[in-house]
Write a protein that binds this ligand. Structure first.
Ligand code: NAP
Length: 255
């Protein structure tokens, strides 16, 4: 048996801080070989330690094939909470291959005293709630991939923040800020004031890297539209933190 076959091979479906942190936590553990998979959406991704691969697998069957061919022993779906299709594919591939699957999902955000949050079930739902004619300077932080959901809104002015420039349909009145988190509270306060923002739109991504915008909005009395997360596929084990994911891996044990 080769040395590689004696080790557990963890496939991390990545694209998040938690995915990178999990790869870092396993970096010096000789019991584990780690491959992180990235979709390839970001032009210059921050690559984690260990092996990595970039690009889609070609659906459920492609992912299941990759898992078998590469002797994967554990799959950790550490994709963004809104990467719904990939999570579904991981669940289906887990069922096909019998390889244990864990969904690593950081907890979502909850409103506190002073927050004026309205929830929507989708980007389209959030777009439908935006102010009508004559009103609205909107800070849109839902990512460049979903901008088409807002493209029909001609009245509001949008400030869009994303890592890479948007492609595809966008609303007619917008300014794009190319920035990658984490974002500091002081900067978020200044941004909301400088652009005279009336409403903030966000996904319930959770985590601390992008949370300061919520604090800044609360302080400024700015309402927030929050898009709810899709559910983790039924029957998939879930961990809220990297530490919990490590416990799951260690309990199952290296092969
Ligand atoms: P998605 O809609 O759930 O997935 C679309 C397709 O992209 C999947 O069917 C798969 O292609 C490919 N894909 C997605 N994640 C992949 C991964 N980690 N490795 C290899 N292929 C992957 O995904 P998405 O919402 O566009 O997100 C794409 C990536 O960006 C994810 O890795 C996610 O963690 C990250 N991200 C997403 C968001 C968000 O708001 N959605 C925010 C921040 C980061 P095949 O079917 O060909 O395998």
């Amino acid at each position: 048996m080769s040395a590689d076959r004696a080790r557990a091979h963890v496939l991390i479906l990545g694209g998040t801080t938690e995915a990178r942190r999990l790869a870092e936590a396993l970096e010096h553990d000789a019991s584990y070989r780690v491959t992180t998979s990235l979709a390839g959406r970001v032009a210059a991704p921050v690559l984690p330690p260990g092996e990595s691969r970039i690009g889609g697998f070609g659906g459920v069957v492609g992912l299941a094939g990759w898992i078998i061919t590469h002797d994967v022993t554990h799959v950790v779906d550490a994709t963004h909470p809104f990467a719904e299709r990939m999570s579904f594919h991981a669940s289906e591939a887990g069922a096909l291959t019998g390889v244990p699957l864990l969904a690593l999902r950081r907890p979502g955000w909850s409103p506190g005293p002073g927050d004026a949050w309205t929830f929507a079930d989708s980007l389209e739902g959030a777009a439908a709630l935006l102010p009508g004619p004559g009103a609205g300077r909107v800070f849109l932080t839902t990512g460049r991939m979903g901008l088409h959901s807002f493209a029909h809104l001609a009245d509001p002015w949008f400030l869009v923040r994303s890592v890479d420039p948007p492609t595809g349909p966008v609303p007619p009145r917008l300014e794009v800020l190319l920035e990658r988190g984490p974002f500091a509270l002081e900067d978020e306060r200044e941004l909301l004031a400088r652009h005279r923002i009336d409403v903030l739109v966000t996904k319930d991504s959770g985590g601390s890297a992008t949370a300061p915008k919520l604090t800044a909005a609360r302080e400024a009395g700015i309402p927030v539209l929050v898009v709810r997360r899709p559910a983790v596929p039924a029957g998939v084990a879930e961990a809220p933190s990297v530490e919990a994911a490590l416990r799951w891996l260690h309990q199952d044990g290296p092969t």
